[in-house]
Ligand binder design. Structure first.
Ligand code: ADP
Length: 584
């Protein structure tokens, strides 16, 4: 549309320019035609004057020769010619007077001509009457002595003067006419060339625009064709158009695949055919179109019906289609069969619920088992200890050794059971989160570790630690396990442990527990957090391999992470994060 109006404007502009050029050419031609007619008139006029003057001269000569002829011969025929010439001369003079009325210089000379003519006639008349009365000799004498020749010369002089003036004017007018003709020619040539250039330019431009438009239209047609191929070829989506009432107007391959109808079966049918009978009865299809028209989009996931009446779970989007004037022309409807996704989502929800339940059961079991095992174990431990105390040295040495193993085993088992109990509690809902001082939590842990610190001579330092919303008991447990390990896995040096906390981009706190202990080989960085995984033998360091697994579980519950950075023999730094959250 835009290109079309542009094209029209171009054509109009070119037409306007061409009309203007023609008007200029026409005006100049007209002006030059008028000028040339005028100059023709003037040339004719000049020629007329020249001719009349020439005739006048001839008539004067005829008057001269005829009255002289009569004076010599006395023949009346001379007098006839003489009178005729007088008449012609007088007419000629009248004509000259008229013709030169517009030229004051010439007009001034006309009376001289008249005067000389009158003088000539007067003298001629006197000669004629002398011939009649006194005869040939007297007349010839009068002619000889008369002013005839002088008069004729003077007359000729005046006529020549007038002729010269006319010739001068003729030349001037001729030059003017030529100049105008030259100008007119130039303008005509320029005008014609300009017109031609405009016409050719406009033609070329229109041609170019036409071919461009042609190309653009071709491109548009191709792109529409491709789009239509794409829409029709799409197999996973039903893409169709509805008229404003909801009747199907287009159908694609995807629609056939999803709904089971062929195009000829469904085009012209109402789209409520895809709804369940209940939905159709509740006027749901019209509601969908209404929402789409009013809100610009209708979107939902719900059950739809295939041709074979089977149900499928559909993701449906309906958008209104308006023309340029904003008039509703229909709707576009895109539908996807997401039954499989729906099924797997449902399956996932089910699995997660099952997993949660079995996890809870497992946790419950671990808790109950470790809790219930504690009592009989305590009994076994206390009685083996009693055995050791009472019968040491009273049985043989082998019996003493066996009792010692039994005491050690029951002690270790007690440790394990206690740790397992802590582990199984770590992930449970536990206490509500409150804003607490992480420094207090550390202090509590250090108090618990008092004996260990005292024995080892460890130096534990810390930066200012933040107030944070979390579970203080669990945070104390974290510090206890990490600082405990830092002291336990010490090198030959006096253990030095430093705790600090930094804020990470405002979203979480990163705590770190740095030691100068044995360090850990990077290949074990992940493994040490797994339940019962230990890097050292029981003889070297006592332990159950549960401490770091407890830390990991606590942090899962509190929404944080834990990791280690270390180099063997160079100490380790354990990091854990806690999210910054509003106090609850
Ligand atoms: P436990 O200490 O009972 O063995 P943990 O889960 O606390 O169990 O630790 C797992 C293993 O990680 C330990 O056996 C030890 O080898 C290693 N470990 C933990 N903390 C440190 C540390 N600070 N320095 C060196 N090794 C450590």
């Amino acid at each position: 549309m835009k290109t079309k109006s542009l094209l029209n404007r171009k054509v109009q502009l070119a037409l306007g320019a061409a009309i203007l050029a023609s008007l200029v050419v026409a005006a100049i031609s007209y002006r030059s035609m008028v000028a040339s007619t005028e100059s023709d008139r003037w040339v004719r006029h000049t020629h007329e004057v020249l001719e009349t003057l020439q005739n006048l001269l001839a008539e004067m000569q005829s008057i001269e020769s005829n009255y002289r002829g009569f004076a010599l011969t006395g023949k009346e025929s001379h007098l006839e010619s003489y009178r005729a010439s007088i008449l012609s001369a007088q007419q000629g003079e009248a004509t000259v007077r008229n013709l030169t009325a517009d030229n004051p210089q010439q007009e001034m000379l006309v009376p001289t001509l008249e005067r000389l003519t009158a003088q000539k006639i007067q003298f001629a008349e006197s000669v004629i009457s002398l011939r009649r009365t006194a005869g040939l000799a007297a007349a010839a004498d009068a002619v000889r002595n008369g002013p005839g020749e002088r008069n004729t010369d003077e007359f000729q002089g005046v006529v020549r003067q007038m002729q010269d003036e006319e010739l001068r004017l003729l030349m001037l007018r001729d030059a003017d006419a030529k100049r105008r003709l030259g100008q007119t020619k130039t303008v005509l040539i320029l005008g014609t060339v300009l017109g031609l250039v405009i016409a050719v330019g406009a033609g070329w431009s229109v041609q170019r625009d036409n071919s461009r438009r042609g190309l653009a239209e071709e491109e548009l047609r191709k792109s529409e064709e491709r789009l239509s191929l794409l829409v029709h070829g799409v197999k996973d989506y039903e893409i169709l158009m509805l008229d404003p009432e909801g009747l199907v107007t287009t159908w694609n391959e995807g629609a056939e695949r999803i709904n089971g109808y062929r195009a000829e079966e469904i085009i012209g049918q109402h789209f409520s055919k895809f709804h369940t009978p209940e939905a159709a009865a509740n006027d749901k299809p019209s509601q969908e179109l209404k929402i789409a028209a009013e809100q610009g989009r209708f979107e939902e996931e719900g059950w739809r019906v295939r041709k074979d009446r089977s149900l499928f779970w559909a993701s449906v989007v309906i958008t209104p289609l308006h023309d340029k004037a904003g008039q509703l022309r229909g709707f576009g409807k895109v539908t996807r069969d997401i039954t499989e996704r729906k099924k797997s989502e449902e399956q996932l929800v089910k699995t997660v619920a099952e997993l949660k339940r079995s996890n809870e059961e497992l946790q419950q079991f671990a808790y109950v088992a470790s809790h219930d095992l504690q009592e009989p174990l305590r009994m076994v431990a206390s009685y083996t200890q009693l055995l050791a105390k009472r019968y040491k040295g009273r049985l043989d040495s082998e019996a003493d050794e066996f009792i010692a193993y039994a005491v050690d085993g029951s002690n270790r088992m007690q440790g394990l059971i206690q740790d397992l109990l802590v582990y199984s509690r770590a992930g449970a809902a536990g206490k509500a989160l409150h804003e607490i001082s992480s420094e207090n939590a550390l202090k509590e842990a250090l108090t618990t570790l008092g004996a260990t610190i005292g024995e080892s001579g460890a130096v534990v330092t810390h930066d200012v630690l933040p107030a944070i919303t979390t579970d203080d008991t669990q945070l104390a447990q974290l510090f206890q396990n990490l600082v405990g390990n830092a002291i336990k896995y010490r090198s030959a040096e006096i253990p030095r442990v430093h705790i600090s906390a930094t804020k990470n981009g405002g979203k979480e706190w990163i705590f770190s527990v740095r030691d100068n202990g044995l360090g850990i080989d990077p290949q074990y960085f992940e493994r040490i957090f797994v339940l019962f995984q230990r890097l050292h033998g029981r003889k070297e360091f006592k332990g159950t391999g549960i401490g770091l697994a407890i830390c990991k579980k606590i942090l899962e519950r509190l929404g944080g992470r834990i990791w280690v950075e270390s180099q063997p023999q160079k100490g380790s730094t354990f990091y854990f994060t806690l999210p910054e959250r509003e106090g609850k």
